[in-house]
Design a protein around this ligand. Sequence first.
Ligand SMILES: Nc1ncnc2c1ncn2[C@@H]1O[C@H](COP(=O)(O)OP(=O)(O)OP(=O)(O)O)[C@@H](O)[C@H]1O
Ligand SMILES: [Mg+2]
Length: 383
Amino acid sequence: MTMTHPAFTPSAMTADQLDAITVGRTTTFDTLVDRIKGAARGGSRPHTLIVAPRGAGKTHTLHVAVHRSLADPDTTKSVLPVLIPEDSLAIGSYVDLLVEIARSIDDGLAAMARDMRTQKDTIGIEQAILAAAGDRMILLAIENLDRVFDALGPGGQGALRAWVETSTAITIFATAPTLFDGVSSRMYPWYGSFIVESLPDLTVDDAVTMLSHAALRNDNETLATFIESTQGRERLQVIHRLVGGSPRLWHILSEGIDVASLDALVPAVESLLDRLAPYYQQQLWQLPAGEQRLVVELARGWEPRTVTDLAAAVGISNQTAAAALGRLASSHWVTSAKAETGDRRASWYDLTEPLLRYHLQYREGRHPLENAIRAAIPPESQP
Ligand SMILES: Nc1ncnc2c1ncn2[C@@H]1O[C@H](COP(=O)(O)OP(=O)(O)OP(=O)(O)O)[C@@H](O)[C@H]1O
Ligand SMILES: [Mg+2]
């Protein structure tokens, strides 16, 4: 059977299917699985927060780690997994979160919880959920915890904290694209309560495995053989240098290549950029205009830039530019570094994602992209 792997919605596949296509990150998976099994066995309740950028594999990792833990019969017996869907748009408050938990347990409980919400009986819902779990530990998976905590507000975060503490039945397994105040600032009830895990980049070897397996699933043995050849690996090494180790990018790449485009490289990268265009465009359009212009300006060059230089290039004051760059840095669009030599006070800004630069250059129809790709190819393996 051939099937397209959903690059944006891994939860559309069963955990079993996801597990089968998983590459790399064995240490991370072992750590997470051991932690869940350990909690299920004993009374410890270690809460985990996976922090990694968009497309880094948070949802995938969460589903596969839970699935692998539950493959152990003792763990299955003593755990009630509760997976809140990824875009938990239905959550506006603590009581909504409780209703979503009830909903993912069963329909009857959900109906009961909705009634109790109408009667403002929050404690009733908490108790009904615990009763449904019996003596099992509730493994509560919450994605985009930053957004959910925003919706809960400090009061709701405190209520969740109190319920988790007093029941001693709940272990939270959460994800977020970045660290946020609700877990990293002393002012908030969940401060310091999560073990924070990041997701390592996929290596070139992981990429080779992922792409050759995808080719085989599509009955393209010629492509799989090429990918695993010395020349094919060199091509993937170049792409890895350009785009990094994000699984989503590699999945999207795997769907748009054949031997010829991979061997020539530029067409393979362009096909990736073309597929990513709507995604980057939507993200860029969500930025305020002033910040968009700074991002575009950074993308037009190849080097990190100073505040003064960027301010002049887009025609705004240094102060305005510094404030906007600060916001872009905290939302991870840009990174800043101090100079090693020369003026050590100046901060040098650059785009966090190399691919964003290629995206903007590709959309502006400029050819330096081709030169950049060529420059990333070691001389001995130029196509
Ligand atoms: N270790 C892995 N092996 C193979 N494929 C993976 C791996 N990790 C993630 N993927 C795949 O990469 C794609 C992106 O992963 P995923 O959707 O989990 O990222 P995410 O961090 O949750 O992204 P977002 O921030 O947009 O929610 C999916 O198609 C997923 O199945
Ligand atoms: Mg996700």
